[in-house]
Design a protein around this ligand. Sequence first.
Ligand code: ZN
Length: 627
Amino acid sequence: MLPFQIFVKYVNETADLDIIEPGDCSVISLINDAKKKLKGDPIEPWEKWQLAITLPWNGVRHVLTTDEQLMCCFEEFDRCDKPMIEFELILVPNDMEFPVDLLAWKEGFIGENVPPPEENVQHNGNELLEDAVNEAVEDAATEPVEDTATEPVEDTSTELDEDAASEPVEDAVSDEFDGSEDDNYEVVDESEDDSDVSLVDEGGLDFANPDRCDPDGDDSIVILSSDEENGLTRAARYCRDNQWAPNPNGTIAFEDGQIIGNAKMTQAAVKMYAIQEGFTLKKVKNDKCRYTVVCKNDACDWRLHASCLTDGVTFMIKSVRGGHLMCPRVAENKEATSKWVSSVLKSLIQSNPKGKGKFFKNELQERYAVKVGSQTVYRAKRIVLENLKSDHAKAYAKIRKYGNVIRVMNPGSDVYVALNPDVVSVNPTFFRFYLSFKACKIGFKNGCRPLIGVDGCHLTGQFGGVLLSATALDGDSGIVPIALCICESETTESWTWFLRLLRESLEWEEGRPICFISDRQKGGLAAISKEWPEASNRYCFRHLIANFIATFKNHNINGKLWHAARVANRGCFDEAMAAIRSENAKAADWMMSEPVERWARHGFDPRIKSDHITNNMSECFNSWIKD
Ligand SMILES: [Zn+2]
């Protein structure tokens, strides 16, 4: 590959890094070199700087996290015959998680790329191999995989044998590892730890040793073996068989050789352990490939050492030694930071956003026997609630995607997203959302009595708004949600939007009986008469009674009113109303001022075949979704 002319841009400034050989640079060196040349770069922790590239042929921006990705980028530019590359320095917020999914990144990169020139078959073959290697390494590193995970490798090796016959396969593999070895793999020099755990299994492949990818050795060729028992399968199986998990009773213990996950997960688990055992951690080593901690008590011999496998991501506990037999328990553990509290009490804080500090402190004392300060709890609460806020914003930003997914995955369902008409079209914001699943529509039309409960409930969270819903009951009096709508507030306009879409969704035939039961919301009633003019209406009697009590401040004749609403025929109703009138004539007049067929069972439209006098179905639905 020829050298490239490299530029690195940061905001309005561009650093000229001159001519660079792809083999001579890494993500880290590019960031460092660029930062030296830039004048306007703010002082930020090193790990917050990231290198990004916008591909000139499709305008897609990628963050380059690993040197493999960087190399892949160079190759693509080389292939597209572009000798000049402009990278971009970006600052990422603290809470952004890295590394990004390498495999997905590569798929996106290759997938969006221009097709390779015809004659460049050799190159293409290498890339296929790279993908296969990455895929296999990824598989081995993350989830326990079945033996089928070897299939892509096998397929590719066959293809490669045909396509790249002119070049020895070993070289291709060695190049791949050679390019990344210096930057990605650090040699663990803690021989005292590493020597006492042998991971060399019957095949003689020590995949846990970062030195394994020796370009001169024969090990790397194992990846291309079509034998089912190849090294990566073994690595994957090892990870699966030695996956660490908390004990069934929730306590934590570690053993040599266990795999917890990536560096972050490993540190979190060790932290939990320190809190459980009541001691403070002291870090001896904490870098990309090694994590060594001891007990802060100098007299204590406890020590844990973990290091990463060849994938550079997965950490294994190499050794855990000693015990805290002589250590006094630390009551106020420094490991119990606000961040830790926010992670362990996340759901509790979310469901009790107004909970007192003492409540959460007691919970921590009970669960983890750890004392934390009020400040820590306060900060933890803020972390959780702030995240929840940004979660809401992120969720609303995804709502159109969500709608598209429903349309594709659940054909026949209706999803509509309305954008705010008051906001300029370049940066649209959310306005309303409508959703009705096909199964619910069919179920209602074919299996339910034609009574729809409609209601609105206020949404909590920073954006507020209301959720309108249309709910029915099945033959077993089970709740059938027909449609829902998220909108700005309960107005005639929003109700009209919702009920018009509901009518379209249901394709309700002209003249087919239908009845709505509601809380007499002003906007709701107007919208029903507009969009469903032939529908009959009922008022939820519970709400009517609430209004009655608010008006008359009289609780004594509630029972009689309920009786009047419930009786099944005109004769009984007249008797019941006469009894009410003899006690309180004004109350009887007030009740009769509301159309009888909207609240008294005997007056209901008989075609509806339902005698519900309250809108309990909507209330059930609301309390159900609020959980
Ligand atoms: Zn100790």
